[in-house]
Each structure stands twice: as structure tokens, then as C-alpha cells.
Design a protein around this ligand. Structure first.
Ligand code: C2O
Ligand code: CU
Ligand code: CU
Length: 502
């Protein structure tokens, strides 16, 4: 690709986060570094927390019923300081849902916060009324002053029930806030969690499980001196301060809500379910010392056909990677650190190989009946252009030149018909489509997916001035859905479009 460093700098408004990735210098991030005012702790002091698995209040033959309270809580995230979070059940991340494919999950969400919220199940094949349309607001229980949009959505007071049919293959999904214009600050304060779907095909595989299957939810945050979250909300309430409109990149890396945590492992295989829940930061995850590698077995939409080995895992906001790491390749007593290659090998977390143990797990050569679909001919094609622009009288981000307008459907898409969608960018944009996963057909002119695009995806990282083609096919649910950038500062500053399935 012919794009000079100067051109990239111009396109990104002078963002200085450049690293050499590959042959040419490209910005590693779309974003601006936000530094904490609190003193930062030493890394690898806090044990890795594991979010609790949510228990249903009741179950019947086809469904499990849950109740979640969105509330504030004061948590010790940085040792010795208190941080007020907005969390599902007051947790950051929220509780993990661990459910069976085909069994319905019914969640009553209660809003005890003082702002309105919306819950979206990211990666879910969800009917539109439960998909978390950004104006289908759940207003605070105490009837707060509703500083947020009153909007044109389906509003509920105090509580709302979301129904997820889970009619999809085993995969790591996640749920998070999706409130119009406020997704970035509300997710930043804690409104996100993991939703795992399991199925028969996956259960038959001899993969590591129990406490050898770890969710790793990575999110960067900055803190004020008193421990509260630091986030540069624009003075007029529209998104972030202009300086940060490329994205908020913060200086503390949390994994499962703990700063640069440490986890003791047996010298055996582990299955890591990695989610990048950061607002804008991308990671190139790698071990500081070999010989372990990441053996990828799944992506956003579930298992791959066959395992793929990586030295580095490039993961953009909202993407998930399902990987096996074999710690038996290290000596007992070894410490191995996961670093971010896109940030000068900055720390992410550490594993301590504590003891030898039996390992009955293995990585089968064939994982799933997943099949690469051939490029279809004679289908509808659409192009989605992601670039800087204006949203009303503000600077913002646009899709096909338009700021998000909930009343405008940018496309009407027939159910059950495959289509080819082309994504085109100016700077980095992790593009996400609701309702159905897709397969990457080409990236950067090469007639195949990129190294990290394998399998079924629902979010694809498009690098500066790049073109990516995907094959989409929506099924079952008619209604209004979204395509948007998952850099949350871009999303809140209008980089979202609605389409309708018919
Ligand atoms: Cu993860 Cu529309 O979002
Ligand atoms: Cu989504
Ligand atoms: Cu973007």
C-alpha cells in the first residue's frame, strides 16, 4: 500500500503513536494517550480475578431466567484506592453468563444507576427488540433526571427484560452498554461482561476446562489521584474532548478488572478466552519469552476448522480470540509475561508456572465442521466507508459520509441472502456488525483473510486506508440493526449506521 507516514499523520490529525509494524511505519493505534493522576502500582502484585458465573433465579424446560442489577459500587482496583464503578451487579467486569446453545437466556436488567442505559449482547443472534437499539433506553429506577436523550425509542422505567435465544454455535460473546452517545463513558466505568455459549460439538473436544479455562478481559483505564476513573468527557457533553476523538488510550491495563495481574498456573495446557474490551486500544499480545505460542482454536463466532499458531495475537476492540497455551514448555518456577508489542512491549499480565501436573487435554487437528464459504457470485454488494466527518455542528466520524441517524436506514437487507460488504477506512476502525457473523473474503487486495481474520467474525479490524471484503448473511430476525465502529469514541461521535433486515 502506498501511504506515507506523513499522509498517515495528516489523516490521523498528528497522532504520535507510531510503531514499525511490518515493512512500513503505520500508526499502531487510533487514539491519544491519557495519563493517570494516581500513582500507578507495581505490576504483577494483584492476583487475576475471575468474574463469578451468574446463577439463574429459576429455569424451566427451555429457558434460564436471571436478574441483574446495574448499580454503583466502590471497588479497590488500584491497591489502596477506591474507584466508583457502574457495574452489572456492581462488578467490573460483570458476572459471566455460561449458557447452552439453544436454551433461551432471559435477563431482567434493573437500573439502579442515575443514568439511562441500554444492554447489547455483542455477537448474539438476537431479535431486534432485545438487541439493544441505542434509543431503547432503560431509565433509572429512581426516575433520575434523564440527562440522556429522551429519544424516539422504546423506553422502559426501572427494569427491562432482554431475551436471548442463543440459537447459535458455541462462542465467546460479551454484553455491554449501548446507550446512544454515552457508550464509551459507560463501558469505561464498568458496564461490560462475558457471555459464553457452549454446545455439543465443543463439549466433545478434549480441550482444557474447569480452572484451566480462563476468561481474560483486557481493558485500559486511567485514574484520578483519588482513584476515580479519569475520562475526558467533552465540556458540552457531546462525546469526548476533541483532543481524544481518535480514541482514549489509557495507561493502566486491567485484566478481569485488575491492574497487570499475576496468575499461577500448572505446567499444562490452558484455554484462554481473550476479549479486548478497551474503548480504543489495540494489542499485539505476545509472551516475553518463548517457547510457548498462542494456538488459536476459535474467533468471535466460535471454533475454527483447525488450529492456527501465532507468536503474536493482534486484537482490536471487541474482538475475541480463543487460544490454547501450553505452559508445560516452561520450567516450574518460570515467570512469563504477556506484553503488548504495539506499545513497546508494555506489560499486560504475568503467569507463574507453579508446579507440574497431569494434563489430559489435547488440541485436535480438526476442531469443528466450520467451513470456509466460497465467494458467491451475483449477490448484492454494498460499500461502507468509515471516515472522519461532521456530526451536526461537531467534528465526528461518519459512515458513507453520514453521521448516525436512528431514523435513516442505510440499507435494507433481505434475510437468507448472502451479500458482499466492503469496508473502507481512513484511520484504524474496528468494524462491527450486529445480528450475524461474517467471513472475511479479502484484505488489502489479497484474496484471503488476514492472519487474524480466520473463522466467523463479528468485528474486523480495518487498518488505515485499507479495504476489507466480508461475506454476510442474516437469518431469522427482521428489524433494525446496527453496523458501527467499535472504537467507542468513534461510535459515540456518530460512526454508526442503521440497516433493516426484511
Ligand atoms: Cu459491541 Cu454494537 O456493539
Ligand atoms: Cu454487537
Ligand atoms: Cu472508528
Amino acid at each position: 500500500m502506498k501511504i506515507s507516514r506523513r499522509a498517515v499523520l495528516a489523516a490521523t490529525g498528528g497522532v504520535a503513536l507510531l510503531t514499525a509494524c511490518g515493512e512500513e511505519a503505520k500508526p499502531a493505534q487510533a487514539g491519544e494517550l491519557l495519563r493517570s493522576k494516581a500513582p500507578l502500582p507495581q505490576p504483577f502484585q494483584v492476583p487475576l480475578p475471575i468474574p463469578p458465573v451468574k446463577k439463574p433465579v429459576r429455569s424451566d424446560a427451555t429457558a434460564d431466567y436471571y436478574r441483574v442489577v446495574q448499580r454503583k459500587a466502590s471497588l479497590e482496583i488500584l491497591p489502596g484506592l477506591k474507584t466508583e464503578v457502574m457495574g452489572y451487579d456492581g462488578l467490573l467486569p460483570g458476572p459471566t453468563f455460561d449458557v447452552r446453545s439453544g436454551r433461551t437466556t432471559v435477563i431482567e436488567q434493573v437500573n439502579e444507576l442515575d443514568v439511562s442505559t441500554v444492554v447489547h449482547l455483542h455477537g448474539g443472534h438476537t431479535p431486534a427488540p432485545s438487541d439493544g437499539w441505542p434509543l431503547d433506553l432503560l431509565m433509572p429506577l429512581q426516575g433520575g433526571h434523564g440527562e440522556h436523550h429522551m429519544g424516539t425509542g422504546d423506553m422502559k422505567m426501572g427494569s427491562r427484560t432482554y431475551t436471548y435465544p442463543n440459537t447459535q454455535r458455541a462462542a465467546m460473546l460479551w454484553y455491554h452498554d449501548h446507550t446512544m452517545d454515552y457508550t464509551a463513558p459507560q463501558l469505561y466505568r464498568g458496564l461490560f461482561g462475558v457471555h459464553l455459549i457452549r454446545d455439543e460439538e465443543e463439549a466433545k473436544l478434549p480441550l482444557p476446562d474447569g480452572d484451566r479455562e480462563l476468561p481474560l478481559v483486557i481493558a485500559d483505564r486511567a485514574f484520578n489521584a483519588d482513584g476515580s476513573f479519569l475520562y475526558p468527557v467533552a465540556k458540552d457533553g457531546h462525546g469526548v474532548e476533541t483532543k481524544y476523538m481518535e480514541g482514549v488510550i489509557a495507561d493502566v491495563t486491567l485484566v478481569n478488572g485488575a491492574p497487570w495481574p499475576v496468575h499461577e498456573v500448572d505446567a499444562v495446557r490452558y484455554r484462554l478466552r481473550i476479549l479486548n474490551a478497551s474503548n480504543a486500544r489495540r494489542y499485539g499480545l505476545a509472551f516475553d519469552k518463548g517457547p510457548a505460542k498462542f494456538v488459536q482454536i476459535g474467533s468471535d463466532g466460535g471454533l475454527l476448522a483447525a488450529p492456527v499458531e501465532h507468536d503474536t495475537l493482534a486484537i482490536a476492540p471487541a474482538e475475541r480470540f480463543d487460544v490454547i497455551v501450553d505452559f508445560s514448555k516452561y520450567q516450574v518456577g518460570d515467570e512469563v509475561t504477556v506484553v503488548n508489542k504495539l506499545d513497546n512491549n508494555a506489560n499486560v499480565m504475568r503467569f507463574k508456572v507453579a508446579r507440574k501436573a497431569n494434563d489430559e487435554s489435547s488440541i485436535p487437528a480438526k476442531l469443528s465442521s466450520y467451513a470456509v464459504l466460497p465467494r458467491p457470485t451475483g449477490v448484492v454488494k454494498r460499500t461502507w466507508r468509515f471516515r472522519r466527518g461532521t456530526a451536526g455542528d461537531h467534528q465526528g466520524w461518519t459512515i458513507n459520509g453520514k453521521a448516525f441517524d436512528p431514523n435513516v436506514m442505510q440499507a435494507q437487507v433481505k434475510l437468507d441472502q448472502p451479500e458482499i460488504w466492503t469496508f473502507v477506512t481512513d484511520v484504524h476502525h474496528p468494524v462491527h456488525v450486529h445480528l450475524a457473523p461474517f467471513q472475511v473474503l479479502s484484505r488489502g487486495g489479497k484474496e484471503k483473510p488476514g492472519d487474524y481474520d480466520q473463522g466467523w467474525k463479528d468485528t474486523v479490524d480495518i487498518r488505515p486506508a485499507e479495504v476489507v471484503e466480508v461475506l454476510v448473511r442474516f437469518t431469522a430476525h427482521k428489524g433494525k440493526y446496527l453496523i458501527h465502529c467499535h472504537n467507542l469514541e468513534h461510535e459515540d461521535m456518530a460512526m454508526m449506521a442503521a440497516f433493516e433486515t426484511i
